[in-house]
Design a binder for this molecule. Sequence first.
Ligand code: PDD
Length: 287
Amino acid sequence: MSRTVYVNGDYLPEAEAKVSIFDRGFLMADGVYEVTSVLDGKLIDFGGHAKRLARSLAELEMTCPVSEAELLAMHRELVARNGIEQGMIYLQVTRGNPGDRSFLFPDPSLPGTVVAFTQNVPNLADAPAAKVGFKVISIPDLRWSRVDIKTVQLLYPSMGKVAAKKAGVDDSWFVDEAGSVTEGTSNNAYIVKGNRIITRALGSDILHGITRAAVLRFAAEAQFEVEERAFTIAEAQAADEAFSTAASIFVMPVVEIDGAAVGTGKPGPVAVRLREIYLDEMRKAAI
Ligand code: PDD
């Protein structure tokens, strides 16, 4: 079935949606994006995603031609028009179409391009992968050093996913020059030792995950200790559990790293519990 998508104020059948070849998103990866999950036809943590979008735009001296209230209305409209019960809304804002290729930023008065579309994932909350967990490999983190900005430059993360697929696993975790895990290709990375949840501290070397913020809040409320610090692959392999978080996977147990089983090699109780708490609480707060 053809989706109805959004382009600069219009709702169109996906085959009719068009963006210029001069768009800076296309030529320069000069754009930012957000992925918001949908459960029960409602948006999960829209406020968090809108806030991070504003931050990404500000860091790149970009403005969004659409207000947060209009973005919310548009997200809801896409959910309704496409009959989404579970899935995701992808939103992208680029610096727009200056009419030619140039390395310089165009005049800030040029309106940016705003596109959005739905991805229908009927079993997002009940994903089969969450029952068995992800297997991951580690690869060097060769991304630029401002990955806290959620830009559409996803070539290296995409290569990381391909490397994982070639290795017969589900994802890659990136490792920095010091040998510490930064994050997954499209998710934040954690390990569990006893009652303690360990994840890299926020900085310019990881994306400030919206799921991460909520999961750490729920973990603290559930009396887990939360330690924000770097960890190595060896420490992760020796941990009781590991997991990843993102809007697209919520809390995903990680059961194998570079061929070594983590804990029992099955999804661990902490990750499973955090996934349940996350889904329960976020469903209650969905809008
Ligand atoms: N990715 N780290 C990276 C590199 C990411 O791309 C993402 C999200 C996250 C988790 O962020 P959040 O919890 O806000 O979804 C961490 C999205 C889902 C994607 O690119 O599809």
